[in-house]
Design a protein around this ligand. Sequence first.
Ligand code: DLZ
Length: 156
Amino acid sequence: MSGAGAPSITVDGSGLRVAVIAASWHETVMDGLVGGATRALAAAGVRNVVLVRVPGSFELPVAAARASDGAFDAIVALGVVIRGGTPHFDYVCQAATTGLSQVALRSGVPVGFGLLTCDNEEQALDRAGLEGSREDKGAEAAQAAIATVRALRDLG
Ligand code: DLZ
């Protein structure tokens, strides 16, 4: 799956409370993702943003579950998992993906999915919203989360 076909989303996030939950592995890539998400939230008019760090991507769902208890309108989950020579990659990716999806479905609080799953660091840097990156997945995840809040409100 590539970034081809991604929509250009314009959102009004004024008045929303957003939790950004970010893993800590792969510092440079994470700096890019967090920067992209926070810039996108600011551009959308979101003033109430709480940033929380967890150790790794495996810990994203439990923190997202806590943030979905009513204190926030949307959650942005950010992490990067880089394939190594062991099956660990698959376990961490699957646990994070399934867990974050369950949080959103059980709570009704939209979770922007900003988890990069890459073969190598070069791929991750290219998606991290850093200078020279081709994509900004942190910003995309933030825009998706607040656009989904609006969509759910339209549904009543
Ligand atoms: C253990 C591990 C490995 C091998 N790789 C990554 C990674 O690429 N990205 C990431 O966010 N976390 C990684 N982790 C850590 C796990 O997510 C988790 O923090 C530990 O297994 C402790 O529960």
